[in-house]
Design a binder for this molecule. Structure first.
Ligand code: AKB
Length: 323
């Protein structure tokens, strides 16, 4: 039986991952944790944790008999640039605290499997932008990307030096409707649906041809859980896996929305986020993830757009009824 701690449970990924894990492992075995009070309804166990507080983390892991940690707390690419020192401290020291606890638990014969998300932000302007390989030039230009690259090296180090069973995915932009994204460069691909569903036009902060790798939340959750469920000997990459979902530009996404909402209008006003997008890949080669643990994306652009429009419309209707 697994006992699972999800740190960053109130965030975009955490809020959905907690439900998916509860379904698989039983709600009583999933402990949701975040720095503030619980922001989502639900009867499962919740702990208030600052991931920088290693003493409290150690106590909770021991007291709850935790066997798996999903450590999702981080500052993303845009919010990271607003306070680089805070981003570095949170992103690096949070990960180090978890890896140290996993090292100690392993030495005590109580191994802890760790999931930690990396990002396409580990790549930079000199990385091949199309079908970006698993192993390639990495010269990130944001503090977020720098912290994720350093984090990848730490994960591999803790695996090869201490045998810590740490696993990771380089998430593309994740598209979802249940909770808002947290300050990233790929957020436009969510805001655009909220504009389309409330009848507004959308002013995009990236240019029309800024193609980026993206993934729909159900695929992202499946990738995360399949990676964590795979036998340890199959996990040959202990830094972080490229995982591709789909790739599209704002122009292509807008056209797909217009097929279903012909009156939807978009204009383009690139701002400071354009430089970040320009330094990231357009598409990823995820052959290693496919070969090692059977990754296979399922959601294409047309299905993603249809599902997002359906669900964001419902949320928009509920909000306007409540107002
Ligand atoms: C961001 O845009 O910062 C994130 C990411 C790609 O890691 N969504």
């Amino acid at each position: 039986m697994e006992r699972i701690l999800v740190i960053g449970a109130n965030g975009q990924i955490g809020s959905e991952l907690v439900d998916a894990l509860a379904e698989q492992h039983g709600a009583e075995n999933v402990i949701a944790a975040d720095i503030g009070p619980r922001s989502l309804a639900g009867a499962r166990c919740y702990e208030t944790i600052d991931v920088l507080d290693s003493k409290r983390l150690t106590t909770i892991v021991a007291a709850q008999g935790i066997t798996q940690v999903y450590h999702l707390a981080a500052l993303l690419s845009v919010t990271g640039e607003q306070d680089p020192l805070r981003a570095w401290t949170l992103n690096m020291n949070g990960l180090l605290n978890i890896l140290e606890i996993a090292r100690e638990r392993k030495a005590a014969g109580k191994p802890l499997r760790v999931f930690w998300p990396s990002s396409i932000a580990v790549f930079g302007p000199h990385t091949p932008a199309v079908d970006t390989p698993q192993l390639t030039v990495m010269d990130p230009s944001t503090i977020y990307g720098i912290s994720k690259l350093a984090g990848e090296r730490l994960c591999e180090y803790y695996f090869s030096k201490y045998g810590v069973d740490v696993r990771s995915i380089r998430y593309p932009g994740i598209i979802s409707y249940k909770s808002p994204p947290g300050g990233g460069t790929t957020d436009y691909a969510i805001s655009i649906f909220h504009a389309a569903c409330s009848g507004a036009s959308y002013s995009c902060f990236l240019g029309p041809d800024s193609t980026l790798p993206m993934i729909y939340m159900p695929d992202a959750l499946r990738a995360t859980m399949e990676l964590m469920a795979a036998p340890a000997e199959q996990i040959r990459v202990r830094s972080s896996y490229n995982v591709a979902g789909l790739s599209f530009s704002p122009r292509e996404l807008a056209a797909a929305i217009q097929k279903q909402r012909p009156s939807f209008r978009i204009d383009y006003r690139p701002d400071h986020r354009q430089a970040i997008a320009d330094s990231w890949p357009q598409s990823l080669d995820d052959a290693a993830a496919r070969a090692d643990w059977g990754w296979n994306p399922q959601v294409g652009l047309a299905d993603l757009v249809e599902d997002m429009l359906l669900h964001v419309s419902k949320v928009t209707r509920l909000h306007s009824q409540a107002a």
